[in-house]
Design a protein around this ligand. Structure first.
Ligand SMILES: [Zn+2]
Length: 160
């Protein structure tokens, strides 16, 4: 009886340990799910300039078109470095909220953490939609620039 109880506890412990391991594994694996962004191994541009960042947004835009997604790309920059980037993933991920800017913000948050986004700048191939501008606001992003002309959008606002 005592032995059965011990065996039961042991099995239970084993089950819990397996569950913990699985949870850890899932957490470690989670970023790989976002590999469709094509940004898991991005390189920094040669020059730390607004032109180079907007060029990156347009490279991602081209990538989106090549992969059959909507023609948008975006990059999040802080202290002269791209800390997150993405093409649109609306079609590839089947996610209507996966605009390039939203996905770039998520990518940056995954890399540097939520607080690491404070004071960053968002560069995108087109003017961010209201959803993305609000996401930038919540992320603490300081300002955004968009389009070939690198238009300054100012500080992201909560309501247009
Ligand atoms: Zn958007």
């Amino acid at each position: 009886m005592k032995k059965n109880l011990a065996a039961g506890l042991s099995r239970r412990r084993l089950f819990l340990a397996a569950g913990t391991f699985a949870a850890a594994f899932i957490q470690v694996r989670a970023p790989v799910v976002h590999a469709t962004s094509g940004s898991d191994d991005f390189v920094q541009p040669d020059r730390a300039t607004p032109e180079a960042y907007i060029e990156r947004a347009f490279e991602l835009r081209r990538q989106a078109v090549d992969r059959g997604d909507q023609a948008y790309g975006a990059a999040v920059v802080k202290d002269g470095k791209i800390i997150g980037q993405s093409q649109s993933l609306v079609v590839l991920d089947g996610d209507p909220t996966a605009h390039a800017e939203m996905s770039a913000i998520r990518d940056a948050a995954r890399r540097v953490g939520r607080s690491g986004l404070r004071g960053a700048t968002l560069y995108s191939s087109s003017r961010p939609c209201p959803m993305c501008e609000v996401a930038a606001f919540w992320a603490g992003i300081d300002g955004f620039h968009f389009g070939r002309g690198i238009e300054a959008g100012g500080a992201p606002r909560l309501c247009g």
